[in-house]
Design a protein around this ligand. Structure first.
Ligand SMILES: [Zn+2]
Length: 317
């Protein structure tokens, strides 16, 4: 609990205090939710497949930029997305990690489904894992990498299964799935050192790209799942928060708790800053956050299913 609170307080404050004027501007120009999107067949989210994607990512090892595990996982993610019919591109960028002198290459992975559909939705998660398990109770583990079953692999796993469903049955939206790199390399208390991939993505994004909304998944696999509402999401994209938590309520998924709790500096902040309505679905209270215990046995297919079913309902209903 204490560790989680440190994360939340150390990673808050982001853009939202720095650039309030931008938000007012884009709120005014934001297009209303369109009604031209068509309903289509309603496929079923497979929690077993999603969980196998979570385990597969962990089998590569910690996906720290510059490592073989990172390269192998990159290949796995791009080839899986292509097998589901997406147009996949990577967006490389260089970073120098704390304590290093040589830069390493990071890659955002961008998968576009049905690019001709102008009615678009952006779904995203980070795929890198933290090089330092610096919240581990044993200081001897602080320089070891985090395996990131929940912190990294869980959101990606849900979205890979969503990609399969999009391939099976096109939803009413054209969907863009983006896996951000270099989210988890930061120093506590310094927001600018976190979420580097989404920063890069936002910087290079065409200003004509206006998805209806965006949803970020982070830490969604905890077998003891509690999904409260993140404060920045509520403040700057309340209608998307309402849509997601109301959908969960209608489906009887009570792990989505309709109460605002904590604010985090995460990839959604970089999208909010350029006027994309992005919310963060995140479990604040993961006991193994940034420890060497963030392993698949702490996660469950049921938790991935809770989030996956809500997304399917939103994409297809
Ligand atoms: Zn993390």
């Amino acid at each position: 609990m204490y560790r989680k609170i440190i994360k939340i307080f150390s990673r808050k404050q982001g853009c939202l205090k720095k650039k309030p004027a931008n938000f007012i501007a884009w709120l005014i120009v934001l297009l209303p939710m369109t009604t031209v999107c068509q309903n289509t067949n309603f496929p079923e989210f497979d929690p077993g497949r999603a969980f196998s994607h979570l385990k597969k990512q962990c089998e590569f090892g910690a996906r720290v930029p510059g490592t073989a595990a990172h390269r192998n996982c990159l290949e796995y993610l791009t080839s899986t997305l292509r097998s589901y019919g997406a147009q996949v591109t990577t967006q490389p960028f260089q970073i120098t990690m704390r304590g290093e002198t040589t830069p390493v290459t990071c890659y955002n992975i961008i998968a576009n489904f049905h690019p001709n559909n102008s009615c678009r939705v952006l779904l995203c998660a980070h795929w890198d894992t933290r090089p330092w398990a610096d919240q581990d109770p044993d200081p001897a583990n602080h320089s070891k990498p985090v395996l990131g079953a929940n912190d990294g692999a869980s959101g990606v796993a849900v979205l890979l299964e969503i990609a399969r469903l999009i391939h099976l049955s096109p939803p009413k939206f054209g969907v863009d799935i983006v896996f951000f790199d270099a989210e988890d390399l930061g120093s506590y208390g310094d927001n600018e050192t976190w979420a580097l991939g989404s920063k890069q993505f936002a910087k290079n994004l065409s200003r004509r790209y206006r998805p209806e909304f965006a949803i970020l998944l982070d830490l969604v696999g905890d077998s003891d799942q509690q999904l409260y509402i993140e404060k920045n999401s509520y403040q700057y994209a309340k209608n998307i928060v309402d849509m997601v938590w109301n959908t969960a309520q209608r489906l009887g998924i009570h792990e989505f708790i309709p109460e605002v709790k904590h604010d985090v500096y995460d990839d959604h902040i970089n999208l909010l800053e350029i006027g994309i309505q992005c919310i963060n679905i995140i479990d604040f209270d993961y006991k193994y956050w940034h420890t060497i215990e963030d392993t698949p046995d702490k996660c469950s297919p049921q938790s991935l299913d809770n989030v996956g079913r809500v997304l399917v309902d939103i994409l297809y209903r």
